[in-house]
Design a protein around this ligand. Structure first.
Ligand code: PLP
Length: 387
C-alpha cells in the first residue's frame, strides 16, 4: 500500500540531496572536529559551511548560529539561558498556544519562583497585542512567542510583536520551528533576539536543530561541557546531522517561493474539497494568516482519532491535535484556547503537506474522507443527541 504522507508538521521526509550530503560523514569521515589531527580537523570546515548555509537562510551571521539537538533543546536554552543572566527579573511572557517545549518549560519555571503570563488568543487563534503591551513590565526577563502554530498553522505578526517587546528593552525569543523552510524569514530585517528551528521539520534528519542568538544578546549556556559551539553549547557535534541541516537550509532557500506556492495550491484544493463534501466541517485558525502547508479541520460530532485510524487503513497519514500529544484523548490545548467547542475540538484533524505531495494524493484523500466521516457520524451519540 502506498503511503500518503500529510503529517509534515510532525516530521518530514529527509530530502535525497540531504542524505547524499551527509552519508560520507556516517562512513569514512567520522573524525571529531575538535581533534588536533587533520582527519578530525577537516570536518570543522564542513561544519563551518553548514553554519554559513543556515545563516544564509536566516539572513544572519554564521557566528549567531548555535547547533543543538532538537527544537525542544533550542527553546529550553533560550528561556532558561536568558533567565540565568537576569537574576533580578523573574517574569516570562508567552502564549496559551505554544508547543509543550515552551509551555512545559515555563510551567516548570513557575514552580521555581517565576511568574508566567500566558497571553490568550481569539477564536481564529490571533493574539491581542494590547494584552502583550500591558503585560510587559520591569520584572519581565523574556517574551517567548511562536512564529507559527504547529496545529493550526496560524502565523503571528512577529514584526509587530518584536517592535513592541524591543521598545521596552526586553529580550524576545520566537519558536520558529514550524516557520523556517515554509515561509521566508530574515534576521537582518528584524530585531528578534533568539530563534529556534529544528532540522526534521525541513527535510533534514531528526536530532539536529539551531538556536539563533543575535550578537550581543545576554544568554548563559544550557548544556555545559566542552568548548564546542564557541562555549555556548557543550557536547560533541552531531556532524552528519549538522551537515544535513546545512544542505536542507540551502535547498529551502533556493526553492522556498515556488515550493510554498505549490504546496499552498494543494492545501487549498484539499480544503475546498473537504468543505464541499463533508457537512459540519470547519477550518480552524485564521485563514488569512496561515502557513501554506497546514489545514486544521474539525469534523463535528466525531472523534479525530477514529478518523485517523480509518485514514490509516488507506495509508493516509495525518494527525489529530498536536502530534506530540496524540497519545492522549484530551482535546488540543490550542483549540481549547481558541474556544473551539468540545464537539468540534475532539473531531479535529491536521493535514500538513510538503513539496513531496501531489495533486493525485489530494484527490485520493478527498475521495476517501467523506465516506469515513459519514460512517463515523452514523455511530456518533452526539449526532443522535442533536437530532
Ligand atoms: N516547537 C514547535 C512549534 C514544534 O512544532 C515542535 C515539534 O513539533 C517543537 C517545538 C519541538 O521540536 P523538536 O521535535 O525538534 O524537539
Amino acid at each position: 500500500m502506498k503511503t500518503v504522507y500529510m503529517d509534515n508538521n510532525a516530521t518530514t521526509k529527509v530530502a535525497q540531496e540531504v542524505i547524499e550530503e551527509m552519508l560520507p560523514y556516517l562512513g569514512d569521515l567520522y573524525g571529531n572536529p575538535s581533534s588536533m589531527h587533520n582527519f578530525g580537523g577537516q570536518i570543522g570546515k564542513k561544519i563551518h559551511q553548514a553554519r554559513q548555509r543556515v545563516a544564509s537562510l536566516l539572513g544572519c551571521s554564521p557566528d549567531e548560529i548555535i547547533f543543538t539537538s532538537c527544537g525542544t533543546e533550542s527553546d529550553n536554552t533560550a528561556i532558561r539561558g536568558v533567565l540565568a543572566t537576569a537574576a533580578d527579573r523573574r517574569k516570562i511572557i508567552t502564549t496559551r498556544v505554544e508547543h509543550p517545549a515552551v509551555l512545559s518549560t515555563c510551567r516548570q519555571l513557575e514552580h521555581h519562583g517565576c511568574s508566567i503570563i500566558e497571553l490568550s488568543v481569539d477564536k481564529k487563534g490571533r493574539l491581542n497585542l494590547d494584552e502583550l503591551k500591558e503585560s510587559i513590565d520591569d520584572e519581565t526577563a523574556v517574551v517567548t512567542i511562536m512564529y507559527a502554530n504547529n496545529e493550526t498553522g496560524v502565523i503571528f505578526p512577529i514584526n509587530e510583536i518584536t517592535s513592541i517587546v524591543k521598545s521596552k528593552g526586553i529580550i524576545f525569543h520566537t519558536d520558529a520551528v514550524q516557520a523556517v523552510g515554509k515561509i521566508p524569514l530574515n534576521m537582518n530585517e528584524s530585531d528578534i533576539d533568539l530563534l529556534s528551528l529544528s532540522g526534521h521539520k525541513l527535510h533534514a534528519p531528526k536530532g539536529v536543530a539551531v538556536l539563533y542568538v543575535r550578537k550581543g544578546t545576554r544568554i548563559a549556556p544550557f548544556m555545559l561541557g566542552g568548548h564546542q559551539e564557541s562555549g555556548k553549547r557543550g557536547g560533541t557535534e552531531n556532524v552528519p546531522g549538522i551537515i544535513a541541516l546545512g544542505k536542507a537550509c540551502e535547498l529551502a532557500q533556493k526553492h522556498i517561493e515556488e515550493e510554498s506556492s505549490q504546496v499552498k495550491t494543494l492545501r487549498d484544493k484539499l480544503e475546498k474539497a473537504i468543505l464541499a463534501s463533508c457537512p459540519d466541517s470547519i477550518v480552524n485558525g485564521d485563514k488569512n494568516n496561515r502557513l501554506p502547508n497546514t489545514l486544521n479541520v474539525s469534523f463535528e460530532y466525531i472523534e479525530g482519532e477514529a478518523i485517523l485510524l480509518m485514514l490509516d487503513k488507506f495509508g493516509i497519514c495525518a494527525s489529530s491535535g498536536s502530534a506530540c500529544t496524540s497519545g492522549s484523548l484530551e482535546p488540543s490545548h490550542v483549540l481549547r484556547a481558541m474556544g473551539v467547542p468540545f464537539t468540534a475540538a475532539h473531531g479535529s484533524i491536521r493535514f500538513s503537506l510538503s513539496r513531496y505531495n501531489t495533486a493525485e494524493e489530494v484527490d485520493f484523500v478527498a475521495q476517501k474522507l467523506p465516506d469515513i466521516v459519514k460512517k463515523l457520524r452514523r455511530l456518533s451519540p452526539f449526532v443522535n443527541t442533536k437530532k
